[in-house]
Design a protein around this ligand. Structure first.
Ligand SMILES: [Fe+2]
Length: 335
């Protein structure tokens, strides 16, 4: 069964026309994906600037600034000898970007306010983020045509999830609708809204890799079983990063079980460093689960579910997102 794709805007049409940043061999679309990944790097690592360098295919000793965020945009498109990306960006931390066993480029991040090396936790975050950016550069160079294929990829993944876990597929479809309501209430632009919708639809795609004995278990999971279930955001992100055009969505999916207080998984990211779309999905995921009938309990009322969200605001959930949910969902109930 094909669910949900009619509700999901094609990211290709939602992204704005490229301006600066459309450089290297990237098509306009891939250039925009790299721009948005550079922005995600700044937010997740809580730095001021990021630069994505792509290996120059005509000269493997050179790298091109493919995207930058928070930095002087004039550096986008400039070439720099491989190994000297650090000096071009003037940043404190740099990691190599690889995909499919090949080095694709480098990602540097830094802040004028702090040129100190990243903490070990932030260095781990950078390492976890790097493969997704490497995938985006690889897709750009292979000129993978996103436009006709993306809907097919999304539909195929939704069908795979539906076959493994019909409840989760149906639940995800409902999360798309509530996420969209909340995204609109929070003023997301068209591109961010499209990313949010696709991420909502596929946020649990990593569950297709969780064994049935755990996925379909009734009752609570043992600590070992929970640990196996808890890999689904990271595995989901890996699946989505392979799809040209869904690299930004992959990052959103990776962080949908993070908590505002930093006690979530897989990376323990906290506060505004968690992508806003991931924070929205966290709230909508819980709201939709609480207001749905399950074999072992009846659905909670919308009012009780909102009260429950408020009880966890500032701990599990972003308080601003919960406040927006309060307004947006109550308006929907009243309409
Ligand atoms: Fe999940």
């Amino acid at each position: 069964m094909q669910r949900g794709t009619s509700e999901v805007m094609a990211l290709t049409s939602a992204y704005p026309t490229p301006t600066a940043g459309e450089t290297m061999a990237a098509s306009g679309y891939h250039g925009i994906v790299l721009d948005r990944l550079a922005k995600q790097a700044v937010e997740i690592l809580d730095v001021e600037e990021s630069c994505i360098f792509a290996r120059d295919q005509a000269d493997p000793n050179m790298a091109i600034v493919a995207a930058a965020h928070g930095a002087d945009e004039a550096i986008v498109g400039k070439r720099v000898p491989v190994g000297l990306e650090h000096s071009r960006a003037g940043h404190g931390a740099l990691t190599e970007l690889s995909w499919g066993g090949d080095v694709q480029g480098a990602l540097s991040v830094g802040s004028a306010r702090s040129r100190a090396r990243l903490s070990s936790t932030d260095a781990s975050l950078l390492e976890a983020f790097a493969p997704t950016v490497g995938a985006a550069i690889s897709h750009a160079y292979s000129r993978a045509d996103t436009h006709p294929n993306m809907r097919g990829h999304i539909a195929g993944l939704v069908a795979a999830l539906d076959e493994r876990d019909g409840y989760t597929a149906k639940h995800s479809e409902e999360v798309v609708a509530t996420s969209r309501t909340l995204g609109l209430a929070l003023g997301l632009d068209r591109a961010a809204l499209a990313e949010l919708e696709v991420a909502s639809l596929l946020h649990d795609i990593g569950k297709i890799l969780v064994p049935d004995s755990i996925l379909k278990k009734r009752g609570s999971l043992t600590p070992d079983e929970f640990a196996m279930m808890a890999v689904h955001p990271a595995r989901g992100a890996e699946i989505l990063a392979r799809v040209p055009g869904l690299e930004v969505v992959a990052t959103i999916v990776r962080y949908h079980h993070e908590r505002w207080d930093g006690m979530g998984y897989p990376d323990g990211l906290s506060g505004a460093r968690i992508p806003l779309a991931s924070r929205i999905i966290a709230v909508c995921d819980s709201y939709n689960a609480m207001t749905s009938d399950r074999p072992y309990r009846s659905a909670m009322s919308e009012a009780d579910a909102l009260t429950e969200l408020h009880m966890h605001a500032g701990w599990q959930f972003d308080p601003a997102v919960v406040y927006a949910a309060d307004e947006a969902f109550q308006q929907e109930v009243a309409a």
